[in-house]
Design a protein around this ligand. Structure first.
Ligand SMILES: Cc1cc2nc3c(=O)[nH]c(=O)nc-3n(C[C@H](O)[C@H](O)[C@H](O)COP(=O)(O)OP(=O)(O)OC[C@H]3O[C@@H](n4cnc5c(N)ncnc54)[C@H](O)[C@@H]3O)c2cc1C
Length: 256
């Protein structure tokens, strides 16, 4: 699937982009060598080069100029998918971690008897439970057509970050063995890292969530483009806040 700008007058905007299905073997389409990645070796990726590729109008997917909307729609679905994958992988990592806690012994006791190791397991269990509940609810709302964007995006954000924490604790509980290629959590730790990157990185996702939450409280976003030279330091624009209070509307001014 290739997205291309078909209306040059719309440069710099989300409009005027169309989606095309370009068949493998089309003249001018080249696939580069497989990428050498940190993890997820089973799903190979490669650079795709398009050099003067020409396709007929039959290759158009959806309406001309509606490509960006199509991309955003499939991205929302993909985010739900990624969130569910994160829950599955976190579940397997917790399984491996619990087994390690039961079998690794120190001072004549299984390390799972130590309270801090139990805390690692308990935190992962609770976060996994929250992630699973979130995916199920987000999928229900998506299927019912009630929430096609914020819920998948929130589920992807939470579950990918949750997986990162669960994977980190998993390696920690395994001790030095957790760093060895011979144990599954070492690979899972590397595989897990990608979920915070693809289908949209966590940072813009985090960036959009407070926007939605802030609107509930009557806040409006400041323009972040003014931060290019560094975030402002005034109390009104604290680094990381990006928020300013709106002047209170007459309705919200308390009566004296
Ligand atoms: C193994 C792999 C497989 C992939 N598979 C696919 C695929 O199948 N289909 C597909 O379409 N793409 C795929 N991607 C691409 C992937 O979705 C992008 O790499 C990812 O969305 C990040 O985009 P970028 O690399 O352009 O980074 P950039 O967007 O340039 O981000 C660079 C940094 O800036 C931060 N940033 C960017 N925007 C903001 C913002 N608004 N606020 C705060 N911080 C921000 C990011 O968080 C990041 O830290 C794949 C990538 C990898 C590594």
């Amino acid at each position: 699937m290739v997205f291309a700008r078909t209306d040059p007058d719309t440069a710099g905007t989300a409009r005027g982009i169309s989606a095309f299905l370009v068949e493998a073997g089309t003249s001018g389409l080249f696939v580069g060598p497989r990428d050498k990645k940190m993890g997820q070796a089973g799903a190979w990726t490669a650079e795709v080069v398009l050099d003067e590729v020409r396709v007929s109008t039959d290759a158009l997917v959806g309406a001309e100029g509606a490509g960006f909307r199509t991309a955003m729609k499939s991205l929302a679905r993909g985010r739900l998918h990624v969130a569910a994958l994160c829950v599955g992988l976190a579940d397997r990592i917790l399984e491996e971690t619990a087994q390690a806690a039961a079998t690794i012994r120190q001072g004549g006791r299984a390390i799972g008897e130590f309270q801090l190791v139990q805390a690692h397991l308990a935190e992962s269990e609770a976060e996994l439970y929250a992630g699973r509940a979130m995916v199920l609810e987000a999928a229900r709302a998506y299927d019912a057509g009630e929430d096609m964007t914020p819920a998948p995006s929130s589920a992807k954000l939470f579950c990918s970050e949750m997986l990162g924490r669960v994977a980190d604790r998993g390696v920690q509980v395994h001790g030095g063995m957790g760093y060895m290629r011979s144990v599954p959590v070492e690979r899972f730790y590397r595989d897990a890292r990608l979920f915070r990157i693809y289908e949209g990185t966590s940072d813009p996702e985090t960036d959009h969530r407070p926007a939605a939450a802030g609107r509930r409280g009557g806040l409006r976003r400041t323009s972040w483009s003014c931060w290019r030279g560094g975030p402002p330091s005034s109390p009104e624009g604290r680094p990381g806040s990006g928020w300013r209070s709106r002047a209170p509307s007459p309705r919200t001014v308390p009566r004296s």
